[in-house]
Design a protein around this ligand. Sequence first.
Ligand code: G1P
Length: 291
Amino acid sequence: MTQTIRKAVIPAAGFGTRFLPATKATPKEMLPLVDKPLIQYGVEEAVAAGCTDIIIVTGRGKTTMEDHFDRSPELEATLEARGKQQLLDLTRSVSRLARISYVRQPEALGLGHAVLMAKELVGNEPFAVILPDDIVDATVPCMQQMVQAFAEVNASILGSEVVEGDAISLYGCLDCVSTGHDPRLKAIRNLVEKPKPSEAPSQNAIIGRYILTPRIFQMIEQLKPGSGGELQLTDAIKALLQHEKAFCFQYEGKRHDAGDKLGFLKATVELALKHKDLGPDFRAWLQTQHF
Ligand code: G1P
């Protein structure tokens, strides 16, 4: 029987160097994309996929994330006294999204190492991983699509998308073969972290959405440092292939790399245009501008 995906790990311990100086004293994950911090999109996507427990991997200087998802009694009392019911509901809803635990990654030793920090809290069950830099704008939230696909294969699944040209060297690269039944799901034959463009086996990139079986933790524990001298999740998944099948999944939706200044700007404009309250006025204003 397929197990349900109850837990999601969100790695959020990185320095955010691509965003300096904004991220010198503020976690990248707390930068507001339209009207919510980046990490809230990841948490909401996990919740929409049915996850009840979120494990955020944090590091030094990241405590504002914990405050964000916590109750805020003084703020709530003030909003209540001023009769600001809508803002009060909004504030409370953030603290009621899910059960959130925090685990620290003491040193930035790579994505594989960050995921390993969640081993005790995940336990022996398949779990989701959401990289908050990758914002996927989709009718059915990306992780929800993947949870549905997991029910078909009961094995690890990686979100994937085709990227153009040399951009493949910024990602984990997948070599996959069709499985026959669901055209969105392909079996992974091989994967390489950030290959040189000339050595990339395909243009198929891993995006920041994974469902992993718990054996991945053993694989990470046995890893040697890979690309960039870090413990790479991609290498651990490659080792996992010796024991189990794993699949890549072509999700429906549009991904934004919000971990990069330009990607963040593009995501801001697109999501602002779609925003229920701000969208119409923002669109009207944009149309009056001559850039
Ligand atoms: C990480 C992964 C990489 C993946 C990417 C998706 O890289 O290591 O395999 O393709 O996320 O965003 P990072 O962007 O953290 O360097």
